[in-house]
Design a binder for this molecule. Structure first.
Ligand SMILES: Cc1cc2nc3c(=O)[nH]c(=O)nc-3n(C[C@H](O)[C@H](O)[C@H](O)COP(=O)(O)OP(=O)(O)OC[C@H]3O[C@@H](n4cnc5c(N)ncnc54)[C@H](O)[C@@H]3O)c2cc1C
Length: 347
């Protein structure tokens, strides 16, 4: 049963911030995660502040070559928007594989990046380190879905969002409004690892609300994608995922970002993969060459070695530093294969 709480739905961000600044108040986006947490007593609230009446927080608008996405925009709208699909296909792909159609219609993009972890110890009745308790029960428990990048220790959740890694790869900025005014933060600096504070996933302070996500204009030659592997083909969280946003120039990777999901307590930027591919061809030569392969088979083989060598090295780099737990070593091979497939597809 849901506990009792006051429910308010202010009509402006300023009023929402005022309402959130006192007592144990919580932001309600679409409520798909918040209400489960309250129902299951993961945490408590004396007041729930819905952002649903603030029309300024809804919609996707063009802005200086990029786009601004209101935090209350449904995930389904992000998946279907024609500008997002053409300019930022990686984000559209990520949004389209979040949960189920019902959850994508009710859940918001702001709520998706701020959702709490779905670790079964945290969501269950365990007083774990993320709730301020003495230990992480996943460390020596059933950790089959937990992190493999664990250097910070303490807590082994995986960050659950599919859109956050795509937004990080695309170098999104977040607008955050709170009692102290509005600040803009690169999404890369938004998430908090357990080494900093195991009870928080983001830098948000009491009373702060994410109001907008700002995507810069895509750099020339930018290609983006999101690939997700889940245990079953219907809705499910990522066992592992990879967001790519790569700038391809003259057949080579000129720059970009690679961010993994489902493997670490925060969306995991893989600088190791980025270093393995930047400045190199990703098999573009292979595709061009395939057409004339029957004529000049030896040259095709030579070019294949170049492209596939880079991709194989990048896939190996993706799992550098991974320290799987007792039950999730399978994720190492999974990440390796997934990064290889994603790079091949983008090439
Ligand atoms: C069965 C199931 C399967 C799922 N599968 C996936 C999946 O495959 N991939 C995936 O990415 N997600 C998945 N999810 C999570 C789902 O996508 C989230 O529940 C949803 O995105 C949350 O959005 P919301 O607007 O409903 O957030 P809410 O439930 O309203 O809020 C979530 C949290 O964020 C905070 N919050 C919300 N909006 C803001 C804001 N603007 N500023 C500051 N804080 C805010 C709330 O206080 C709360 O703590 C799944 C959920 C379920 C129940």
């Amino acid at each position: 049963m849901l506990p009792n709480f006051d429910y308010v739905a202010p009509a402006s961000v300023q009023d929402a911030v005022k309402q959130l600044s006192s007592g144990e108040a919580r932001v309600h986006g679409g409520g798909t995660d918040l209400l489960s947490c309250l129902h299951d007593e993961v945490f408590t609230a004396t007041k729930v502040v819905s952002l649903s009446r603030i029309s300024a927080l809804k919609g996707i608008k063009a802005a200086g070559g990029g786009v601004r996405i209101g935090a209350m925009t449904p995930i389904a709208d992000v998946a279907q928007d024609s500008t997002i699909r053409s300019k930022y296909p990686g984000l559209a792909q990520a949004a389209s594989v979040v949960a189920s159609p019902q959850l994508r219609n009710q859940g918001t993009i702001g709520g998706n990046i701020c959702q709490r972890p779905w670790c079964w110890y945290f969501r269950g009745g365990f007083y774990c380190v993320r709730k301020g308790g003495p230990q992480c029960y996943a460390e020596n428990g059933d950790n089959r879905y937990h992190a493999i990048f664990t250097k910070e220790g303490l807590c082994y959740i995986v960050h659950p969002s599919d859109t956050a890694p795509a937004l990080m790869a695309l170098q999104a900025q977040l607008s955050i409004t709170g009692p102290g005014g509005t600040r803009t933060v690169p999404i890369e600096n938004f998430f908090v690892g357990p080494g900093t504070d195991p009870t928080k996933e983001t830098i948000l302070k009491q009373g702060e609300v994410v109001t907008e996500i700002v995507l810069p204009a895509p750099a020339p030659g930018m290609r983006s994608s999101y690939r997700k592997i889940r245990e079953r083909r219907s809705w499910d969280f990522a066992l592992a995922g990879v967001a790519l946003a790569l700038q391809i120039k003259d057949g080579k990777v000129a720059g970009g970002r690679v961010v993994l999901s489902g493997v670490a307590p925060i969306p995991w930027r893989s600088k190791e993969v980025e270093s393995a591919i930047i400045g190199k061809a990703l098999g573009a030569g292979r595709i061009a060459e395939a057409a004339e392969s029957s004529r000049r088979r030896h040259r095709r083989t030579e070019r294949l070695d170049v492209g596939d060598g880079t991709i194989a090295q990048a896939a190996a780099a993706a799992v550098q530093g991974a320290e799987p737990l007792k039950h999730n070593a399978y994720k190492v091979a999974l990440v390796r294969g997934m990064v290889e497939e994603a790079l091949q597809a983008i090439a």
